[in-house]
Write a protein that binds this ligand. Sequence first.
Ligand SMILES: [Zn+2]
Length: 83
Amino acid sequence: MSDDWETVILGPKWAVRVRDFGLDDWLKLNCPCGHVAIVSTEKMKATQPGYMRLKTFEHKFRCRKCGNNEGIFWSVVRRKDAS
Ligand SMILES: [Zn+2]
């Protein structure tokens, strides 16, 4: 699966805002337990104001496997075939 995605750098992580996400951008969440999830940013864009920095609510990201919400590493990814 990882071969189909490439990491996108939208800027310094502290500065990334909800409105920075493009239509093809997804959020990749790496939990310390090893679980990796790739989630749509659609819901985030619908529920958070555009100026909101991800840093502000990154603690709300929760691992679906172990329930942990600390130390989750997020990055922005995009399908390779989407141009
Ligand atoms: Zn986990």
